[in-house]
Design a protein around this ligand. Structure first.
Ligand code: ADP
Length: 636
């Protein structure tokens, strides 16, 4: 390629560019953070490749970022001597968005600037954020290791296309020149740029250089002014934040660091910064975000922890450093012991990494326990008190995956779960709270699963529990059913689904109730036999129950069986669900059920009873038309 080529942006890029420039308008200055962060990443990559090939340093081994501006040309330039871009890389990386889930992300954008700005923040707009302040961006670059003749110049006005051409470029690395918009001229100021760098990029471990300014007295009564000199000075601390002592880092600095590595807009809920010594030595700096990313439910998605070895950046998204159920955590791990040439494969097998993962897991759980503690702490501020609820709302459901994934920490995870219940509309009941208010004689923690809280709350299975004032927890997250199968007990008390197996309220029933139930069951035996026969294709059994008060019938599954709710979820997601038939339980004292005995329409009534029980817990009759026909026949 020597001639100039004009290429189109991938459709999504054009769309994103439009959104970025509009939605992020009120937070313009982040462009500088994004571009400096790219420059710093490019230097990290060079350092990493140079581990095997030191010739890549050419004659410039000191990696750095230079920020400069030209008031006349109204341009601002961010230059690095990092890895650089080849011509093809410029076309690929600056013309497409390689991130997975881009399309899904686009669909989520609503057109509402404020909420879109938040979403875009989570997505991370990176390079394209330059167009918030620039109406033209020129990138000049040469990849380390390529000859000067193979430099590349990339120019775009941020609309539909960009131009690329070959150029001769002596220096390795990339310079990004922003032609500032009319309303972004205030970035042509050392003071302004320094204050933004101080706020967002202080923790970048590379030196960020700017030209020194000098005060020049005005001549003949004219006011004096600052003028740029030829000398460069470092304007950031230039030490990686996590290597500094905790006491020297302010909360604001932690938050800015969090935002820089996560691309989040909002503050983190909590963080933990520690130097760990023991069988393996490392520094951990972990953050719990305040908001779930748009692709939280993609278990394959990039994890949020960056791995460094002795301050050399090794890789992003090192999934081996945290279990999948903590994939929302962001941060940095800097190991003193891992080899610099560690690969993803090696990470999976390394004993040091296993120790780091376990240490990280414990640390995150401890952070969450602290959040939960401040919720109940009288002395805590309102904001601190609210943090755990915020965490629950965003990540409570993901955390439950840990019950299955991390048996070693199951009890701690269970302690952090919160549920809504028959006594709480909000998901705020912990298993410990539940236990503390169990009734005398109650020997299980009862729960019910359902598609929504309303569906669960109206389930007929709850009737007897309501009547007796026994609390039942609502499990309405999609993961609940699966996760709960791993949590058979909490602190010595078994968990029991109210829709599985026989109800045995044991000591909670008095003698007369037990006796009445037994008698009803006995006298009902002949009807039961006929019901079983009529429903033999639908129900594996029909029996009399004590769990119903107002409803005529309900469906339950056998202990250890797959609940009807889970079977539906499996089918919806295209998986094979076990075909086990449910058990129909009938309320022998209900008028409708009593009516069965002498009815000439016994068969139709039996099917209606079954299908209604199915409807009541959120299912659909196998043959809805037949159901409607039967009901209509009765109504007529
Ligand atoms: P992200 O950094 O999240 O991947 P960006 O849109 O910021 O997304 O950048 C896209 C890609 O362009 C980067 O992944 C990188 O490969 C390349 N890139 C951006 N800036 C630079 C730079 N200063 N030096 C080298 N490559 C860069």
């Amino acid at each position: 390629m020597s001639q100039k080529q004009t290429l189109s942006f991938q459709a999504e890029v054009a769309q994103l560019l439009h959104l970025v420039t509009h939605a992020l308008y009120s937070n313009k200055e982040i462009f500088l953070r994004e571009l400096i962060s790219n420059a710093s990443d490019a230097c990290d990559k060079l350092r990493f490749e140079a581990l095997h090939n030191s010739a890549l340093y050419e004659d410039a081994p000191n990696l750095e970022v230079r920020v400069s501006f030209d008031p006349e040309a109204r341009t601002l330039t961010i230059a690095d001597n990092g890895i650089g871009l080849s011509q093809q890389e410029a076309i690929d990386n600056l013309g497409t968005i390689a991130k997975s889930g881009t399309r899904e992300f686009m669909n989520r954008l609503s057109g509402d600037q404020k909420s879109d700005a938040q979403l875009i923040g989570q997505f991370g707009v990176g390079f394209y954020s330059g167009f918030i302040v620039a109406d033209k961006i020129a990138v000049e670059s040469r990849r380390a290791g390529l000859p000067p003749a193979e430099g590349v110049r990339w120019v775009s006005g941020g609309a539909g296309d960009f131009e690329v051409e070959t150029m001769v470029r002596a220096q390795r690395g990339t310079s990004v020149t922003l032609h500032l918009r009319e309303d972004a001229q205030d970035y042509l100021s050392s003071w302004k740029l320094k204050s933004i760098i101080g706020k967002y990029s202080d923790h970048i471990s590379l030196p960020i250089l700017m030209r020194k300014e000098e005060w020049k007295e005005g001549e003949e009564g004219k006011p004096g002014e600052h003028v740029l000199t030829g000398e460069w000075e470092t304007v950031n601390q230039a030490t990686a934040l996590w290597t500094r002592a905790k006491k020297d880092i302010t909360p604001e600095q932690y938050q800015e660091f969090y935002k820089a590595i996560s691309h989040d807009y909002e503050d983190a809920l909590a963080w933990s910064h520690n130097r760990v010594e023991g069988s393996t030595e490392y520094t951990q700096l972990l953050f719990v975000p305040g908001r779930a990313p748009f692709d939280l439910w993609n278990r394959e998605k990039a994890a949020g922890v960056k791995l460094y070895v002795k301050r050399v950046f090794i890789m992003d998204d090192a999934e081996a450093l945290l279990p999948a159920y903590l994939r929302f955590v962001k941060g940095v791990i800097d190991s003193a012991d891992l080899p610099l040439n560690v690969s993803r494969e090696l990470l999976q097998e390394s004993r040091d990494v296993k120790a780091i993962r376990e240490g990280n897991t414990r640390r995150v759980l401890a952070m969450l326990e602290d959040l939960a503690k401040s919720e109940k702490d009288e002395a805590a501020s309102a904001e601190d008190k609210g943090r755990f609820a915020k965490f629950q709302a965003e990540f409570g459901a993901v955390l439950k995956e840990g019950l299955g994934e991390d048996p070693a920490n199951r009890d701690r995870i269970a302690g952090l779960l919160r549920f809504a219940s028959t006594q709480s509309d909000t998901a705020s009941v912990s298993l410990a709270d539940y236990k503390a208010r169990m009734k005398e004689g109650q020997d299980a923690i009862y729960y019910i699963t359902g598609e929504t809280q309303a569906a669960a709350a109206h389930s007929p299975q709850l009737e007897i529990f309501r009547k007796k004032g026994i609390e039942v927890l609502f499990m309405t997250d999609r993961v609940d059913e699966w996760a709960l199968s791993y949590l058979t007990e909490f602190d010595g008390t078994p968990l029991q689904s109210v829709a599985k197996g026989q109800v045995d309220l044991g000591k909670l029933q008095d003698e007369s109730e037990k006796k009445a139930a037994e008698e009803a069951a006995e006298s009902f035996k002949p009807v039961l036999a006929r019901l079983k026969e009529a429903l033999k294709d639908k129900a594996q059994d029909v029996r009399v129950t004590t769990r119903l008060v107002d409803s005529p019938a309900c469906l339950v599954v056998t202990d250890g069986g797959v609940s009807l709710q889970l079977a539906r979820l499996l089918k919806q997601s295209g998986q094979k669900a076990p075909d086990a038939k449910p058990v129909l339980e009938v309320n022998a004292s209900h008028p409708l059920v009593r009516k069965l005995e002498g009815s000439p329409n016994f068969n139709d009534l039996a099917h209606i009873l079954f299908d209604q029980a199915l409807l009541a817990e959120g299912g659909l009759p196998e043959d809805p038309a037949a159901y409607v026909k039967r009901v209509n026949a009765l109504l007529a």
